[in-house]
Design a protein around this ligand. Structure first.
Ligand code: HEM
Length: 451
């Protein structure tokens, strides 16, 4: 275990107090130092906002698991995401509306079904290897963009069963435009101002959302005409609520398809991006991943039964998403007044589980600002509180795609590191910026050379 922090892994100094200004710039930079030093809960009140920030495993268990029924998705997340994901998609719905949808898609995410997807993950990763082999390697390449494309191809290939049916580049551009408008919408929401007020990029974002909606609607219509095999979209089309007999409306299908494409690719792309940067910075760890890949996968493709043997590769990913959690915060609002950690909350209180500081909480993690994949050996995981590590959330609304994402990322990482050596660009210190997901500002340039 490294005994000193790596200054490159400390991109900013946390403030003593949260401010709206810092939150507008980059919400993770507004989380106060106390959350890293072990104070479980910080309350922040302004004239418009009553916010509670939580970074203590027991309190998190209370909110997400023990009393999950007493909370709903918060208004800020609703205002930010529902224009894109719709108010009743799996991600947004509440209560019975949420429960039946979750039950309907759960079979797709069973372990045996996921292992059957390994050949698709593998083929798409090999396609990325070919793209990089064909490109000149004297200049750094933006691995953030490449990982966005790879994970988009994976989700389209698995959700729709036929990769290439979506205009991947147009979709990725539209998503970036939409995410870039979030700081303004956050400010409007924080000051309880209506979202129709003008702000920079408002029309661009509206057009981007329209593009995402139109693409998803086109794919649903296309699939209604030709059904190929039982992929996730077919499950959505066939889903029927056992209690009421209802099926999904066209609007719900389109919104859910957009939800799966968005929730399923952007987070995994940033997970892989940060991991590749860490491996470029720590060549001895990269060599260990390459050695494991050489010993396991032989020809360059990965088969389902080999995934389990890529244990170190998986640990590297787990450590990367500790330092750079793709979803850096999860928020809720109480349905009725309640007491949490001694604080009286009202239905207007926004409760945010601050995953970024939680993953660097000094009370839980030894030398948290250092990169050490051995934190994820079985013994070390057992020795830690369960709710100290939450890249995928917890409780009934835990990420439905968690295993999907870990298998996919393990396969893709093994194939890429088997084929290439990644080297950091001297002097480039990536800065994580929270735009729902934790993206590196300005992309992630790395040198890539064939092994
Ligand atoms: C590294 C990759 C991923 C990360 C870090 C991640 C993270 C998360 C987190 C933290 C939540 C919980 C949000 C909350 O409680 O408010 C969530 C929910 C969700 N995720 Fe993921 N996710 C990833 C990949 C995926 C994939 C691959 C899919 C689909 C194939 C997916 C689909 C969803 C959906 C549909 C929800 C909403 C579940 C519900 O509310 O019932 N995610 N994700």
């Amino acid at each position: 275990m490294p005994t000193v922090p790596d200054p490159d892994l400390v991109p900013f100094e946390p403030p003593d107090h949260p401010t709206i200004r810092a939150a507008f710039r980059n919400v993770i930079e507004s989380y106060p130092r106390a959350l890293y030093d072990g104070q479980g809960l910080v309350r922040y009140r302004t004239r418009f906002l009553d916010s509670v920030l939580v970074s203590e495993p027991e309190l998190i268990h209370d909110i997400l698991v023990a009393r999950a029924d007493l909370f709903r998705r918060d208004d800020v997340t609703r205002q930010l995401l529902s224009p894109m994901l719709g108010p009743t998609s799996l991600f947004m719905a509440e209560g019975a509306d949420w429960r039946w949808q979750r039950r309907a898609v759960a079979p797709t995410f069973r372990h045996d079904k996921l292992l059957a997807l390994v050949p698709t993950f593998s083929t798409i990763a090999v396609r990325q290897v070919k793209r990089w082999r064909a490109a000149p390697c004297e200049q750094p390449v933006d691995v953030a963009e490449a990982m966005g494309q790879t994970t988009l191809e994976v989700i389209v290939g698995t959700v729709l069963g036929s990769a290439g049916a979506l205009d991947a580049q147009g979709f990725a551009r539209a998503l970036t435009t939409e995410l870039d408008s979030f700081p303004w919408r956050f400010i409007l929401t924080a000051f309880r101002a209506p979202l129709w007020l003008p702000y920079p990029g408002r029309w661009r974002a509206a057009r981007a959302r329209e593009h995402i909606y139109r693409e998803a609607a086109r794919l649903v219509a296309q699939r209604r005409r030709v059904s190929a095999r039982a992929d996730l979209l077919d499950l959505l089309l066939e889903a029927r609520d056992e209690e009421t007999g209802r099926v999904m409306t066209h609007e719900e299908l389109v919104r859910n398809l957009a939800t799966f494409i968005l929730a399923g690719h952007e987070t995994t792309a940033v997970a892989l991006t940060w991991t590749l940067w860490l491996l470029a910075k720590y060549p001895h760890v990269q060599d260990q991943v390459a050695a494991e890949a050489n010993a396991t996968i032989g020809s360059g493709a990965v088969e389902a039964q080999q995934v389990e043997r890529l244990a170190f590769t998986r640990q590297v990913l787990q450590e990367a998403i500790r330092l750079y959690p793709p979803a850096p915060a999860i928020s809720r609002q109480p349905l009725a007044p309640l007491v949490l950690g001694g604080e009286q909350l009202t239905p207007a209180t926004q409760v945010t589980i601050t995953i970024y500081p939680l993953h660097r909480n000094r009370r839980v993690w030894k030398n948290p600002d250092s990169f050490d994949p051995d934190r994820f050996t079985v013994d070390q995981v057992k020795a830690r509180p369960r709710y100290a590590y939450l890249p995928f959330g917890a409780g009934p609304r835990v990420c439905i795609g968690a295993s999907f994402a870990m298998i996919e990322a393990t396969v893709v990482l093994a194939i890429l590191v088997h084929a290439f050596r990644f080297t950091a660009v001297t002097g480039h210190r990536p800065h994580p910026v929270a735009r729902v997901t934790l993206r590196p500002r300005g992309g992630m340039p790395l040198y890539i050379e064939p092994r």
